[in-house]
Design a protein. Structure first.
Length: 345
């Protein structure tokens, strides 16, 4: 497809004007604008409405689920709905009790403290959260040895919004102190289509026939992935297709990223082929697969495996991971008919 120099430069200039505030612009500004997660949004509406009616701080909220589904966005929306600032931090950053004390004492009444990856807060520091969340106070130990003394600090009535991809790593005492614990699930293709179309408008991307549908079908049920694919498609279209991204252009862009029509990327295919070719379809431990594909276990478990299991390519058993019939089909191999027989391509 020939480039149109005039249209090409115009589209590039428009994108340049939007880029400085791109991440903020792509986030929906309110619960009404937030697509998907219907039950979670409805629960948050109830809590926000009650808190505003009584002019009090929100109760503590735990958002959990796979990465990229909108946990940070929802925390920022809660701040906007309540008219309060949101202080954003993450579990690994809060390394000592003094770090936590500094964060908490800097808050004002009704402020929201958002802690991403809250499961990674050290257990010693986590214990200070118990009294902070329940009684809005913390006891800090000053000095050491014979001169050690405890100082009680009163805290404003704040809201803790925690986000985690691994709820099982949270201790029971911490989980029980969240009034609402709500899970975010993968998005439907229809929900993602709306997200892609909205983001395309904000990015100034001209999506031709079937372009939005092609991205929505390959983004693994995750808005963050959809936005990333859309950004790359925008660049590809500007450089090689005159700025218009129809279904064929989207397919070519995602093929360059090695993402197939099922949404599987290069690492997904490597995992499936290793299980098929080297372990006759399994069962095999994820650690063994990680060594074979040259990736760490945590990345495979948190990024790749959930999608493969959800889409029916892989099954998790007590003995290990097993390739399903659909998994054999996508790698283009035939499962062995007899024990010990290698698959035939």
């Amino acid at each position: 497809m020939a480039k149109s120099p005039e249209g090409h430069d115009g589209a590039r200039d428009e994108v340049s004007r939007r880029d400085p505030a791109l991440d903020a612009a792509l986030r929906p500004p309110s619960l009404s604008d937030f697509a998907g997660q219907r039950r979670t949004v409805e629960r948050l509406r109830v809590m926000v409405g009650a808190a505003r009616r009584e002019s009090r701080a929100l109760d503590h909220i735990l958002l959990h689920g796979p990465p990229g589904l909108g946990k940070t966005t929802l925390a920022l929306i809660l701040g906007a709905e309540m008219g309060k600032p949101v202080r954003v931090t993450s579990g690994p950053v809060i390394d000592k009790a003094a770090d936590l004390a500094g964060l908490l004492t800097s808050l004002q009444d009704g402020d929201i403290l958002f802690v991403d990856e809250i499961h990674r807060i050290p257990k010693v520091v986590e214990e200070f959260l118990y009294s902070a969340m329940e009684d809005f106070r913390i006891d800090i130990l000053i000095d050491q040895g014979p001169n050690a003394r405890s100082v009680r600090l009163d805290l404003p009535r704040f809201t803790l919004v925690g986000a985690t991809t691994r709820t099982g790593l949270l201790t029971a005492p911490l989980r029980s102190r969240f009034t609402l614990q709500t899970r975010l699930d993968y998005y439907t293709r229809e929900e993602l289509l709306g997200i892609v179309q909205r983001a395309a408008g904000l990015l100034g991307v001209q999506l031709g026939a079937g372009g939005a549908e092609a991205i929505a079908a390959r983004c693994r049920g995750t808005p963050r992935v959809a936005n990333n694919l859309l950004r790359f498609t925008r660049d590809y279209a500007l450089e090689r297709a005159g700025g218009v991204a129809d279904a064929a252009v989207v397919a070519a862009a995602l093929e360059l990223l090695e993402i197939d029509r099922h949404g599987l990327d290069e690492m997904d295919h490597r995992m499936l082929r290793v299980i098929a070719e080297k372990h006759r379809g399994g069962p095999v431990g994820l650690g063994t697969v990680a060594v074979a594909v040259g990736e760490d276990v945590q990345t495979l478990e948190e990024v790749h495996e959930p999608f493969l299991i959800q889409e029916g390519y892989l099954s998790r058993t007590p003995q290990g991971r097993v390739l399903t019939a659909r998994g054999w089909q996508v790698v283009g191999l035939t499962p062995p008919d007899r024990a010990g027989e290698l698959p035939i391509g």
